[in-house]
Design a protein around this ligand. Structure first.
Ligand code: SF4
Length: 65
């Protein structure tokens, strides 16, 4: 099962992930991401991969659980 994971030692709260993946990521009141915990479907995987590469802090990744 593929889900998103955030490396909190890297995330700077830029919020770009929530803009690129509104179905998967919300922002808290301080602008930090809150994962919605959705399983990433095969159809959504390319968009998620693009968001992972776009994260300025390289803090997003897939978590296999
Ligand atoms: S784009 Fe990266 S650094 Fe910005 S909030 Fe999302 S995970 Fe954090």
């Amino acid at each position: 099962m593929n889900r998103l994971e955030i490396d909190w030692t890297r995330c700077d709260g830029h919020g770009l992930c929530a803009t690129l993946l509104p179905d998967d990521v919300a922002l808290d009141e301080w602008g930090f991401p809150v994962l919605r915990g959705r399983e990433i479907s095969a159809g959504a995987a390319p968009d998620v991969r693009r968001a992972i590469l776009a994260c300025p802090a390289l803090a997003l990744r897939f978590a296999d659980r």
